[in-house]
Design a protein around this ligand. Structure first.
Ligand SMILES: [Zn+2]
Length: 389
C-alpha cells in the first residue's frame, strides 16, 4: 500500500471546508495547511470562485502594504429549499448556504392527504418564496416528513401509520421541478438536528429530543450525529407501551402506547371524556390558566407517562440533555417539570448526574434549521463538492 502525501488529498472540496471552518482563509494559509503548491492552490480557489461558493474579501486588516486577500464562504452563492412537514402544519422556507432563512412561511396542511396533494403544494410554495431568484440558484432540497424514512433509500417506510406516504420515493417527484439533490428524514429527526445545531452544538453532542404534539416521537443525537437505526426507525418512542394507561387502543394496533395516552390528541380526548368541550390545545391552555384542577390532573398524568418512557430512554442513551418540544411541551410548563421529576426518580444516578431536561428553545423553527443542515451537510461536504465540479 503506497502512502500518498497529504497534499495530494487536498481537493477543491477540502479547500472549501478549510475556508468554511476558518482553518485557512488566505491562499498562503491554504498552501501552508495543505502543502499544495501555489499554482495548485490558485487552481482550486479559482474553481470555487467561479462556482460562487467563495468570494474574495478585500477588507483585510491593514498592516501597511497590501494585505493578503481573505477568502470567505459565500452563503449568498445559492439557496436550498426546505420544508418541515408535521401532521397538520408545514414550515416551508428558502435558506441560504449558511442555513439562514431568506424567505419562509407556515401553512396548514393535512398530511394524511398524501404526497400527491402535499408535495405539489410545497413545491408551489417554494416557487413563490423564490420570487425573482432563478431556479439555477437552487442547490438542494431538504425535507422532514412525518413518516419513518429509510434514509439511504430516501424512501418513506411507515406502513402502520400513514398508508398514503408508505413506500413513496419522494426525490424523483421533486426532481421533476427542481433537478437537485433531495434529502429527507423524519420530522422529529430534522427538529432534533435543528435544535442541536442551533443551540447545543459543541456543548452537548448527546441529545434526546422528544416532540410532544399531535403525535409523540423522538430524535436521538449521538456524538453529534443523528442516530437513524437500521431502517430509520430509531427514536420511535411514541409506540412504547406505558403502565396504567387504561387500555387505550393505539392506531398502530397495540394498547397503551405513549402516543395514545400522552399526546395532544390523548389529552383532548381525556378532557372530552370528562365532559369538557375542548377543540384545540388553545382551549386546554385556557383551562390551565384558569387553574382548573381536573385539567391539571390530565396534564400531569400525561407528563408522568411521558416521564416513564423518557426515563428508560435516558438509561439506554445517557444523553447530556433531553429537549422537550412540540406544542404540548411548549404550552404547558408542568409537562417539562413533570417529566423531569419522573426521570430523576427513575433513571440511574449516573445517567442523571449531569442531565439537563429543557424545553425547546427554537420552537417550531427548529425543523427548518434542521432541514437546511440536513441538505447543506451533504451538498457542501468535500466529497459532494468534488463530485459536482
Ligand atoms: Zn402505538
Amino acid at each position: 500500500m503506497s502512502r500518498r502525501p497529504a497534499a495530494a488529498l487536498a481537493t477543491s472540496g477540502e479547500v472549501l471546508r478549510l475556508i468554511r471552518t476558518g482553518e485557512a482563509v488566505t491562499r498562503a494559509d491554504i498552501g501552508r495547511v495543505t502543502g499544495l503548491s501555489r499554482p495548485a492552490v490558485s487552481l482550486r480557489v479559482t474553481e470555487l470562485l467561479d462556482r460562487r461558493l467563495i468570494v474574495e474579501d478585500s477588507e483585510g486588516p491593514s498592516t501597511g502594504g497590501r494585505p493578503p486577500t481573505r477568502l470567505v464562504f459565500n452563503a449568498a452563492g445559492g439557496v436550498v429549499l426546505v420544508a418541515s412537514l408535521g401532521a397538520s402544519r408545514a414550515q416551508i422556507a428558502v435558506c441560504d448556504l449558511a442555513g439562514d432563512e431568506v424567505a419562509g412561511t407556515e401553512l396548514a396542511v393535512d398530511v394524511e392527504e398524501g404526497p400527491g396533494v402535499v408535495l405539489p403544494l410545497v413545491m408551489r410554495t417554494w416557487e413563490e418564496l423564490l420570487g425573482d431568484r432563478p431556479v439555477s440558484l437552487v442547490r438542494g432540497v431538504g425535507l422532514g416528513v412525518p413518516a419513518t424514512v429509510e434514509f439511504a433509500a430516501r424512501r418513506t417506510e411507515s406502513a402502520r401509520i400513514m398508508a398514503s406516504w408508505t413506500g413513496v420515493a419522494i426525490p424523483p417527484i421533486i426532481a421533476e421541478r427542481f433537478p437537485v439533490p433531495v434529502f429527507l428524514d423524519n420530522d422529529v429527526n430534522v427538529i432534533a438536528i435543528g435544535e442541536h445545531r442551533a443551540v447545543y452544538a459543541g456543548e452537548a453532542d448527546d441529545l434526546l429530543f422528544v416532540k410532544v404534539s399531535t403525535r409523540i416521537g423522538s430524535g436521538v443525537i449521538a456524538g453529534g450525529e443523528i442516530l437513524r437505526g437500521a431502517l430509520g426507525a430509531a427514536g420511535e418512542i411514541g409506540h412504547i407501551p406505558v403502565r396504567d394507561g387504561g387500555g387505550v387502543l393505539c392506531r398502530c394496533g397495540n394498547t397503551d402506547c405513549l402516543d395514545s395516552v400522552a399526546s395532544a390528541t390523548a389529552i383532548l380526548r381525556g378532557l372530552r371524556a370528562r365532559g369538557y368541550e375542548v377543540k384545540t390545545l388553545a382551549d386546554v391552555v385556557g383551562l390551565v390558566r384558569g387553574g382548573d384542577a381536573e385539567t391539571m390532573t390530565v396534564i400531569r398524568d400525561a407528563a408522568r407517562m411521558l416521564g416513564e418512557v423518557v426515563a428508560s430512554a435516558v438509561n439506554i442513551l445517557n444523553p447530556a440533555v433531553v429537549v422537550l418540544g412540540g406544542d404540548v411541551a411548549e404550552s404547558f410548563p408542568p409537562v417539562v417539570s413533570g417529566v423531569r421529576e419522573v426521570v430523576y426518580r427513575r433513571s440511574t444516578a449516573l445517567a442523571t448526574r449531569n442531565l439537563r431536561i429543557e424545553r425547546s428553545r427554537l420552537g417550531p423553527g427548529a425543523g427548518i434549521t434542521g432541514c437546511a443542515h440536513l441538505v447543506l451537510d451533504h451538498i457542501l461536504s468535500p466529497e459532494a463538492v468534488d463530485l459536482s465540479s
